[in-house]
Design a protein around this ligand. Sequence first.
Ligand SMILES: NC(=O)c1ccc[n+]([C@@H]2O[C@H](COP(=O)([O-])OP(=O)(O)OC[C@H]3O[C@@H](n4cnc5c(N)ncnc54)[C@H](O)[C@@H]3O)[C@@H](O)[C@H]2O)c1
Length: 265
Amino acid sequence: MAEPLVDLRGRSCLVTGAASGIGRATAELLVRLGAQVVAADVDADGLARLTARTAMREDAPGDAGGEVVTLVCDVTVPEDVRRMVDQAVTRFGRLDVAVANAGILPLSDLAETSPEDWDKVMAVDGKGMFLTCKYAIEAMAGQPRGGAVVCVSSISGLAGQARQAAYGPAKFVASGLTMHLAVEWADRGIRVNAVAPGTITTERVQALQDEPGGPEYLDVMARSHPLGRLGEPEEVARAIAFLASDAASFITGVVLPVDGGYLAR
Ligand SMILES: NC(=O)c1ccc[n+]([C@@H]2O[C@H](COP(=O)([O-])OP(=O)(O)OC[C@H]3O[C@@H](n4cnc5c(N)ncnc54)[C@H](O)[C@@H]3O)[C@@H](O)[C@H]2O)c1
């Protein structure tokens, strides 16, 4: 039988924001692809649900039998992020892949956004992404095989949108880190890429239905994706797994839209 194109058997991976949405779909897919995954989040209950779901998965054809360990970790706290990286290295011997996914997604225009709101989103989506890249790459730098980082940016990290006055600029941090770190670390065998999802039906996006202006926003977004629908977390997870794998061995510095054609309009 031919080798699978995306093969992560035995790879040591970490995923931040793994208790929900895109992060959970990614952690679950990496496990099915054979990876050993440290799944980190601030949400301990959500992590417990991830562990239970992973343990109960059926032996589907193509399941390469990876494993997951969970860790409560706040990506805004440097000691937490260091501990997360140490966990992967201690437990699995090295760190091959880091998926910097944790984020908060406020929907507000400039007038509605307070200086405190700005600090809050920049702490998680900005500094948290920086810290994850920093400590993951420092661990990968000493390894013969280097490593791969995948940041989760957004269509809002590549183009302007209304009502994303703090969130949008924070996602530009993910896109910017990706390009700058890709160039800085390429000679040490570390690839840094990102995905830029369109609107994806995660728990967070579903909750927008109950927020002021949320239903109107979702209605516009559904019509703005040329494929005619919102995306699924698993569809983003597949792009992340590809970029993390050796199938993407000559790809670095890319911010890959996973957006049903949104940015192509
Ligand atoms: N859903 C979308 O439409 C969409 C689109 C583009 C980009 N994104 C990006 O995808 C990523 C995941 O979003 P999602 O929609 O899956 O959201 P989500 O709310 O479903 O999941 C985010 C996870 O991050 C965790 N988290 C929040 N703050 C944290 C912290 N300080 N430390 C550790 N974990 C933390 C949450 O507990 C949650 O489990 C985010 O970076 C977001 O910006 C989402």
